[in-house]
Design a protein around this ligand. Structure first.
Ligand SMILES: Cc1cc2nc3c(=O)[nH]c(=O)nc-3n(C[C@H](O)[C@H](O)[C@H](O)COP(=O)(O)OP(=O)(O)OC[C@H]3O[C@@H](n4cnc5c(N)ncnc54)[C@H](O)[C@@H]3O)c2cc1C
Length: 756
């Protein structure tokens, strides 16, 4: 077999060049062949060689009058290649006839031949198995190195946790009833606590390791066991324990945190009410201060003011209840109070009523319930008073004077949970894609008459386009969330507005992405994907709600957009945005430079695969959308419209600002991480993955970019072609990439992910 030389010896990373006269693209191998032909063709002058080199290397076409001539030259060179390569393949078929050993499962070889030799599957598929070329080894990526890149210095703990999950208690099974599922999940939760995994994010004095980043990786891995376990874990240790840790004082931490971490105290987080979900500030439960008794009276005033959907409600002894704090007849806003729910015999206490929420679409192993309080008294010591308490004279006091700021600071402590939810959703996407890709690497359907075997699903371009860009997006979002958790964990006590804005946006785009990825994976597995044993059905049902809880996505994106508009200044929520708009107007006007016509139609691979182009395009969209939204709001306000109405008028526009902001943030953080990868081969791979993700995101908004004149039609078309091309270039590595997600084999129980 003829060897084609590559500059780095890694064929798929050689950029492909766009040839202007053609609808097609020339592959790297084709370019090599044409170059060889140019070199060997004595009839060419040096000048002609230069013209051709210029065309192939830099994408500069020759003069129009000469294009046809060189086009023919290139076509002939390609034809010669095909002729010259068919012979060695026939030699190979003779080898096969003589019983030469062939690895039939290694279909990557076919892709390799196709890519490097530029010949179509029909030319060789009848031979089916192709000699294992030595170069294949140099192309292969090791999942264990990918795992290292993904988890960095957390990896040893993550691996320890993966081993812990080998315990048979974590074996996945179908639970026919919610009661059965809840019993199992509670047992698993206690098992995790006894292994020290529950308290992981708490300080050492409470049995923890003070490590939020690893805690998030633990949460992510629990999705591979069971969505219900991940959510129950998040409620007990993250929400209930987290409220004590972040909103409470040292006495409360000393009293409750260790017990929460070892599950001797089970608790829940009761914020949402039937009447008020997204609008937390509108909740109606009251906590009225009685000075004579130094106590708080917790009460559910109206028919729809009960707490609802509260996870762990049926197993808990205590709840962190969010209520309007009334002191001396004055409402001091929403505060959190620890309210006992049950006695040691698990009897519900006087004044408390709890009901099961019943069967849900998914997460039936989580005991969600409704809770009512009727004049329930708790001592003032139960008020989680980090941001607002009541002194001995019965006066309200808070280190944060502005009630808006106090409310947002309090909610800012929930950001860690939001990152975990996004990580959990992403885990569902990773696992579904792992199952569907593994299925695609084994399942065969259809062939043409000359083949001895049917084609693998994954070798269909449609299948590649459905799954491979999603695998790429998983990796981009993985690093974005790693970075978000790093930023949050390393600035726990600082101003959280910025990270809150960032996480609000990331949580939204990633949980939505996950729902699409899981659905696509289900469809990519056909009927098998619908069977519960193959896990995607449960992943789909369990992760569906991630778009809603810990903040509904549509609502969160508006929060993110407001954060962008206000340039992270708190004035926005307290009304002083005139100055902010002025600032934005100046900033954006300066930056929106006229787009260069050459740039608009620049289609060479170097440009399209350049992360600077991706960042520029995504950033352009963000700036343009922000500027136009700001101008629209300003014009409405100028006409006398109240600011709330002006925001409603631009609400759909603001949602796009939130999305654009989050996409650019994700890819920016991803490329920052990619640049730090020291191994050239792996860094190139991650850049290639970044290109696929970014072009795909740009492509989704191609209509908008065309409207804005940022993309010309040729460039828009070239981007579409590049996405397909990149997907097929990554096809030989897709097995390694999904194995690199690090989902342990013992948790990957779907029969279709194995040989069958
Ligand atoms: C399984 C499950 C577990 C949960 N666990 C807990 C828990 O442990 N503790 C807890 O406190 N809560 C919990 N929740 C509640 C959850 O946080 C809420 O469901 C969520 O905050 C959304 O509130 P909602 O359901 O009232 O929806 P709503 O706020 O009524 O929203 C309904 C729809 O209206 C849209 N909408 C709302 N406001 C706006 C707006 N301003 N602009 C545009 N669109 C808008 C939303 O996008 C959404 O599509 C849980 C919920 C579920 C389903």
């Amino acid at each position: 077999m003829q060897k084609v030389q590559y500059s780095k010896g890694i064929a798929p990373y050689i950029p492909f060049f766009y040839v202007i006269w053609s609808d097609d693209l020339l592959s790297a191998s084709e370019i090599q062949v044409v170059k060889k032909a140019i070199k060997e063709d004595d009839s060419l002058s040096n000048e002609e060689r230069k013209i051709l080199a210029n065309w192939l290397d830099k994408g500069n076409p020759p003069k129009n009058t000469e294009v046809k001539k060189w086009q023919q030259f290139i076509t002939q060179s390609k034809a010669k290649l095909v002729e010259s390569e068919i012979y060695p393949l026939e030699t190979f078929s003779q080898k096969v006839a003589k019983g030469h050993k062939i690895d039939v499962t290694e279909n990557n070889q076919l892709q390799y031949v196709e890519k490097t030799l530029g010949i179509q599957p029909n030319h060789y598929n009848h031979l089916f198995n192709v000699e294992v070329d030595r170069q294949i080894d140099s192309l292969r990526f090791e999942p264990k190195f990918l795992d290292e890149i993904l988890y960095g210095d957390k990896l040893s703990e993550v691996r320890r946790f993966r081993d812990f999950l080998k315990h048979q208690d974590f074996k996945w099974t179908i639970h026919p009833t919610k009661e059965g599922a809840r019993e199992v999940v509670l047992k698993q939760l206690k098992n995790l606590a006894s292994g020290g995994w529950g308290a992981y994010a708490y300080p050492e004095e409470y049995g923890g390791k003070d490590n939020l980043e690893t805690y998030a990786a633990i949460f992510e891995h629990l999705m591979f066991v069971d969505g219900s376990l991940a959510v129950k874990f998040g409620v007990q240790f993250g929400l209930f324990g987290g409220s004590i840790q972040n909103l409470g004082n040292s006495v409360q931490r000393d009293k409750y945190l260790s017990n929460t971490g070892d599950t001797s105290l089970l608790g829940c987080f009761a914020m949402t009410e039937t009447g008020h979900g997204s609008n937390v500030r509108g909740i109606n439960t009251t906590a009225t201060y009685l000075h004579e008794e130094r106590s708080l009276v917790i009460d559910t005033p109206g028919k729809y003011d009960n707490k609802e959907y509260i996870g762990n409600a049926l197993h808990s002894k205590m709840a962190t209840v969010f209520a309007q704090l009334i002191v001396n007849g004055q409402n001091e806003g929403v505060h959190a109070i620890l309210v006992p729910l049950r006695d040691t015999k698990h009897q519900v206490l006087d004044g408390v009523t709890i009901e099961d929420n019943g069967y849900k679409l998914g997460l039936n192993g989580v005991d969600n319930g409704k809770i009512w309080f009727s004049q329930v008294k708790v001592p003032i010591e139960n008020l989680l008073d980090k941001y607002g308490g009541i002194d001995e004279n019965g006066n309200y006091k808070s280190p944060i004077k502005n009630p808006n700021k106090r409310f947002f600071t309090m909610l800012g402590t929930l950001v860690g949970g939001r990152i975990c939810v996004a990580k959990g959703a992403l885990a569902a996407a990773k696992m579904s894609l792992t199952i569907s890709v593994k299925h695609g690497l084994r399942r065969r359907q259809f062939n043409d008459s000359i083949k001895i075997q049917e084609d693998l699903l994954i070798d269909y371009p449609t299948h590649q386009l459905r799954l491979i860009p999603k695998v790429a997006s998983c990796l981009v979002y993985h690093f974005a969330l790693e970075r978000a958790m790093y930023e949050y964990a390393s600035n726990k006590d600082g101003d959280k507005r910025r990270i809150e804005t960032q996480v609000a946006g990331l949580k939204s785009i990633i949980t939505w992405f996950s729902s699409q990825a899981v659905q696509e994976s289900r469809e990519a597995c056909g009927g098998k994907g619908y069977l519960r044993e193959n896990r995607i059905a449960d992943l789909k049902n369990d992760s569906d709600i991630f778009t809603t809880f810990e903040g509904d996505n549509t609502v969160l994106l508006q929060l993110a957009a407001k954060g962008v508009l206000s340039d992270f200044k708190s004035e926005f929520n307290s009304g002083g945005f005139a100055s902010v708009l002025k600032l934005l107007g100046n900033q954006l006007n300066d930056k929106l430079t006229t787009i260069n016509p050459l740039y608009v139609n620049k289609v060479d691979s170097e440009h399209l695969y350049n992360h600077k182009f991706h960042l520029h395009a995504l950033d352009f969209r963000l700036r343009r959308l922000t500027y136009t939204a700001a101008m629209r709001i300003r014009n409405y306000i100028k006409k006398g419209m109240p600011s709330y109405q002006a925001f409603l008028k631009t609400q759909t526009h603001l949602l796009e600002v939130g999305k654009a902001y989050s996409e650019v943030l994700a890819i920016k953080w991803y490329y920052e991480k990619t640049r730090s990868i020291t191994d050239d081969k792996y860094r190139d791979l991650f850049f290639q993955i970044g290109s696929l993700h970014s072009l795909n995101i740009i492509r989704k908004d191609a209509e908008w970019y065309l409207e804005q004149g940022y993309l010309g039609s040729a460039k828009s078309k070239a981007i579409r072609q590049r996405i397909e091309r990149l997907s097929s270039e990554l096809r030989p590595h897709i097995g390694s990439l999904i194995d690199g997600f690090g989902i342990p084999e013992h948790l990957l129980t779907a029969p279709i992910s194995k040989d069958w």
